[in-house]
Design a protein around this ligand. Structure first.
Ligand code: CA2
Length: 155
């Protein structure tokens, strides 16, 4: 695992519209509000928080996280349901990956029930709106601590 205490929180397409469009579905908070929640939940751990509408850029950031991050919280948005390329990039990581969704995709249309990301995630937090991100950050950092503890015990 990289010797770093930087947590990556990456967001996929259209999440820049959070709080601006479809508030009935995704709520009134903006992505900047969600970022502030993540930083509070990280409690001193540096958070790299980014959003992109481009699959290749998201994959570049996942590859960057491989060497720069201690854990990854990922809301892949629509790409979670479609992108084998994103899955291939995620498979190269050894850090904990926590999949995160504002809504609960399992309770929505059938095409949202499949997630390529879930197969490589340590866990999934979904359905709690912006609170999903707080829970995902806490889970990711708890996993980092637990792994560090396990490494300490094995030497
Ligand atoms: O619930 C989630 O977080 C999702 O990842 C959101 C994705 C959707 O495709 C997934 O099934 C579940 C959609 C993100 C679109 O975000 C918008 C936000 C505000 C207004 C319009 C779109």
């Amino acid at each position: 695992m990289p010797e770093t205490s930087v947590l990556y929180v990456l967001n996929g397409p259209n999440l820049n519209l959070l709080g601006v469009r479809e508030p009935d579905l995704y709520g009134h908070e903006t992505l900047a509000d969600v970022q502030a929640r993540c930083e509070r939940a990280a409690d001193g751990t540096t958070v790299v928080f980014r959003q992109t509408n481009h699959e290749g850029e998201l994959i570049d950031w996942v590859q960057e996280a491989r060497t720069e991050a201690c854990a990854l919280v990922l809301n892949p948005a629509g790409y979670g349901h479609t992108s084998v390329a994103l899955l291939d990039a995620l498979k190269t990581l050894t850090i904990p990956i926590v999949e995160c969704h504002l809504s609960n995709p399992a309770a929505r249309e059938r095409f949202r029930h499949r997630s390529y990301v879930s197969s490589v995630a340590a866990g999934v937090v979904s359905g709690f709106g912006p609170i999903s991100y707080e829970l995902a950050v806490r889970a990711a950092l708890a996993l980092v601590q637990e792994r560090a503890g396990a490494r300490g015990r094995s030497v």
